[in-house]
Design a protein around this ligand. Structure first.
Ligand SMILES: *Cc1c(COP(=O)(O)O)cnc(C)c1O
Length: 386
């Protein structure tokens, strides 16, 4: 089974990287639950596999699939999104290097960066929504620009193409965490990024049943450095998780369409609701970067943040939904509700949170693929009760 060249996203999602298993014809890539591989003679491996930290056929299939979806040369997968982020840092940077990064990154990425400060890396946090600010920061000397778009939970959009140009002019690499958008909505490598990172725990996995990470690169040289990093530091995913992910990416385009449709409907409902102060969703015409989002993304995603007016009302709303489950994380088929300041972003110092507009009155929704009528009705009853 060969994926036709120039195949569409859905065809790549279902087929790329996968062949029927030759011995039985099994159409699904098997879970190669093994640590080592028999050699035909000393140093004579079958198909290049020698030890499962270095390579595993289930993982290899997944990596080829993800590379195809992001339009990259290659992909390497990791035990978590943060392990993927760390692998990018370690494969490119040395003590003394400076990184310019977004000031509204996933909290865990910022925590990871703080850890690496102990080993001589420097990080400057800036508003990547403003390309002039990014340019200024890069001019002070940087090896890397690291950004996320849309941001979490403020849903701000960064212009990837302009940032790629600014980074390359300054001799820096561009890394984009594409977890929120997924390759179905946004393809950073095509806009000039050097690395794309995913927490595959979220939309790529899509079923809230695994932790994983991936890096997709635009050049074979970067892949070589990354593969070495993956082998040398060993934060690899197990074959079962690779199998689950490979199964999940087959439906990524179908799920993302449903997430986007449901979120668009809910965003309009909330925007018109008298109890809601503000809705942050790039699909709404009044979102400050709505036009940029239209240009850069195929759709607006499944994440919505709303300002409900007070911290008490935020907590009450999060406790009052029945279909939306109160939980951290995002990107699964089931809808989730959370209060970022008390949950996902509790580790960000309050002063910095407030400075970027991340107040205690915000509520974040990860809109799932349930029936939209039921989701709207659930939010309506919860808003009535607070
Ligand atoms: C969850 C998340 C991460 C970290 O991924 P893990 O799989 O939890 O390690 C990184 N970036 C973003 C945007 C995320 O949402």
């Amino acid at each position: 089974m060969q994926t036709p060249s120039g195949a569409g996203f859905g065809t790549l999602a279902v087929h790329a990287g996968q062949e029927p298993e030759p011995r039985s014809g099994a159409i699904m890539t098997p879970i190669y639950q093994t640590s080592t591989y028999v050699q035909d003679g000393v140093g004579r491996t079958r198909n290049g596999h020698e030890y499962a930290r270095v390579s595993n056929p289930t993982r290899t299939a997944l990596e080829a699939n993800l590379a195809a979806l992001e339009g990259g040369v290659a992909s390497r997968t990791f035990a978590s999104g943060l392990a993927a982020t760390e692998a990018v840092l370690k494969s490119t940077l040395s003590a003394g290097d400076r990184v310019v990064c977004g000031d509204n990154l996933y909290g865990g990425s910022e925590r990871l960066f703080r850890f690496w400060e102990r080993f001589g890396l420097e990080f400057e946090f800036v508003d990547t929504g403003d390309v002039a600010t990014v340019r200024d920061a890069l001019e002070r000397g940087a090896r890397m620009l690291f950004l996320e778009t849309p941001t979490n939970p403020l849903m701000r959009i960064t212009d990837i193409e302009s940032c790629a140009a600014a980074a390359h002019e300054a001799g820096a690499l561009l890394v984009v965490d594409n977890t929120f958008a997924t390759p179905w909505l946004q393809r950073p490598l095509e806009l000039g990024a050097d690395f794309v990172i995913h927490s595959s725990t979220k939309y790529l996995g899509g079923h809230s049943d695994l932790i994983g990470g991936a890096v997709i690169v635009a050049s074979a040289e970067r892949d070589e450095a990354l593969a070495w990093q993956q082998m040398a530091t060993g934060a690899v995913p197990g074959p079962m998780d690779c199998f689950l992910l490979l199964r999940s990416t087959k439906t990524l385009h179908v799920r993302m369409r449903a997430h986007c449709d449901n979120a668009a409907r809910i965003a309009v409902f909330l925007d018109e609701h008298p109890e809601v102060e503000q809705v942050l969703y790039p699909g709404l015409a009044h979102h400050p970067e709505h036009e940029l989002a239209r240009r850069q993304m195929l759709g607006f995603g499944g994440m919505i943040t709303l300002d409900i007016g007070s911290p008490e009302r935020a907590e009450a709303l999060a406790a009052s939904t029945r279909v939306f489950a109160l939980a951290e994380s995002l990107g699964g088929v089931e809808s989730l509700i959370s209060v970022p300041s008390k949950m996902t972003h509790a580790s960000v110092p309050r002063e910095r949170r407030l400075k970027m507009g991340l107040t205690d009155s915000l509520v974040r929704l990860s809109v799932g693929i349930e029936d939209p009528d039921d989701l709207v009705a659930d939010l309506a009853q919860a808003l009535d009760r607070i």
